[in-house]
Write a new protein. Structure first.
Length: 73
């Protein structure tokens, strides 16, 4: 994800991620950002869904997050 997002979160800032529906794509991106910040993929999914019920709508989106590995900086 963008280095700016990492810096913002590290400084205590908040990030809003949105797509047209606000669930599938936005939830996937938010969970991947959490994974990049060191959260385990399954925990990232749980956190996103706790904040936004029904987020990460499809099995394919969930599989993507579970297999997501950040690129080294």
């Amino acid at each position: 994800m963008a280095l700016q997002l990492h810096r913002l979160v590290a400084d205590g800032g908040r990030v809003l991620v949105h797509c047209r529906g606000g669930l599938g794509r936005a939830g996937t991106v938010a969970a991947c950002l959490l994974v990049e910040l060191g959260v385990a993929p399954q925990d990232a999914i749980r956190r996103v869904r706790a904040a936004r019920p029904n987020a990460i709508e499809t099995a394919a989106q969930e599989r993507y997050i579970l297999g997501y590995r950040p690129r080294p900086a």
